[in-house]
Design a protein around this ligand. Sequence first.
Ligand code: UN1
Length: 508
Amino acid sequence: MMTVQTKIGSAAADAAQVLARLGVSEALTTGGNRPVRSPVTGEVIAHVHDASAAQTAGAIERAHGAFLAWRNVPAPRRGELVRLFGEELRAAKADLGALVTLEAGKVTSEALGEVQEMIDICDYAVGLSRQLFGLTLATERPDHRMMETWHPLGVVGIISAFNFPVAVWSWNSALAFVCGDACVWKPSEKTPLTALATQALFERACAKFGDAPAGLSAVVIGGRDVGETLVDHPKVPLVSATGSTAMGRAVGPRLAQRFARALLELGGNNAAIVAPSADLDLALRGVAFAAMGTAGQRCTTLRRLFVHESVYDAFVPRLKAAYASVKVGDPREAGTLVGPLIDEAAFGLMQTALADAKAAGGQVQGGERVPMGEAFYARPAVVEMAAQTDVVKRETFAPILYVMKYRDLDEAIALQNDVPQGLSSSIFTNDMREAEQFISARGSDCGIANVNIGPSGAEIGGAFGGEKETGGGREAGSDSWKAYMRRATNTLNYGKTLPLAQGVTFDV
Ligand code: UN1
C-alpha cells in the first residue's frame, strides 16, 4: 500500500487559529449540533449550530427590515460598503483562503483564487453601483416620455454549494447589496465555517461603513428545512441556488408556486473538443487544469473530451502520462495539484461511475483511493470510451475524464450537446472556421463556450451560468445585476391633453 504523509490532528488546530484571526466568535463554532469535517484529514474541526425554522424566519424578517432602509440609500453609497468589504477580503485573503482549503479541500492556489474571485466581484459591484441604468424609450404620444427605472427587489436568499463555498455567495451578494437588497445565506452543510468567516468580515466592513442597517446580511446554517424556509418565505422574492440538478428540481417549482424568482446554477457535464489543428501543448495544459483542478469538483469541470482521430494517438498518451504524474495529496503542501474529495459519499459515487464505465467497455486509468487517514483522496481517472454511454452523460462530481475519438466536427458538436446539462464547453483549434462554428448558433448549446481555453475558470466579468438542466440562471458580470432588481416602466405626460395609446378614444 502506498504511504502518504498525513497531518492528522493539525486541521482542527489550524482551523481554530484561522477562525479566531478572521473574527469568528468561538461560540459559533463550538458546542453546536452539527459537526464540520475537514476533507483534508477527515477530522471534525468544529461543531456549528443549526438555525431553527423560527430563527431562519427571524433572520428573513430582520433582513426585510434592513432592506426597507437600505433601498433608500443612494446606490453609490451602497457601493461604498461593498468597497470596504472588498478591502477586508484583501486583508484577510491568506486566512480565508486557508479556511477554504481546510473546509473544502482546495489546494492553496485555488483557495486563494476563490477569495480573489470575491475581491474581483466586489470591485465590479462598486463600479456597477454608479451604472444601474435604465432605458429611455420612444413613445407614440406627443409630449410624453417613457422610461425604465430599476428598483431594489427585497431579500435575496442564497443557497450555496461546498465546492465554491464563498465565491458564489459573493457573486450574488456583492451585486445584491449595490442593487439595494438584503441577503440571507444558507451555506452548504459541508462548509459553514467559511460562511461564518465571510459574515464576520462583512460585519467588520459594516462597522467601518457606520450606518448599514442591522440584519442586511445573515447566515443561517442547517439542512433541508432551513433551505425550505428560505424558499417558501413570502418576504424572499428571489432565491439564488447553486447545487445539484435534483436540488434545483425541488427548489424551482416551490418558488414558481408563489411566483418568486429562481436563479439556478445546477449541474454541468462539460466537454472539450481537441481538433486536428489544435496546439497540443496548450490543449494538454487546458485539459489537465479543467479536468483535474479542484479534484474534479467544479460545476465547470471538464468531464468529456472528444479528440479528433488524427491527433488521438499523439495526444491521449501524453494526457494519460500527465494523469499518472500529477501530485495528489494534502492541499496545503506545495506542489499538490489534486486535493481530497469532499467526503466518503463523493468517493463512493466516483467508484460507482468507474465501475459503470468499465461495464460499458471503458478503459480506466487511475481512480484508486490514495490512503491518507480518514480522508478520501483519489487519483484522477481518465477513461477511454468507445461511445458516449449513459455513465458519460451523467454528472459525477469527481475527477473522471471520459475520452472519446471523433471523425467529423458536426458529429463531435452533436455529441457534446447530447447531454441533459448545458453549462460550459470548449474547443481547441487553430482553424478559424471550426472556432466560429463552435460558438455559432449551430455550435455549443451551453451558457459558456470557449476557444483554446478549457471550460472552467471563468472570470467574473462575464455572465456565468448555463442552459437546460443547468437551470438557466446567470450570475456575476454583464447584465446579471438585473436579476436582483425590479424593473418599472414609467410613462410621463408633460402635455395638456390626454392622447391614448393605440389611438383609442374615450371622451367623457
Ligand atoms: C462552480 O463550480 O460552482 O468558472 C463555480 C469557474 C469558477 C466558478 C465555478 N470561476 O470554474
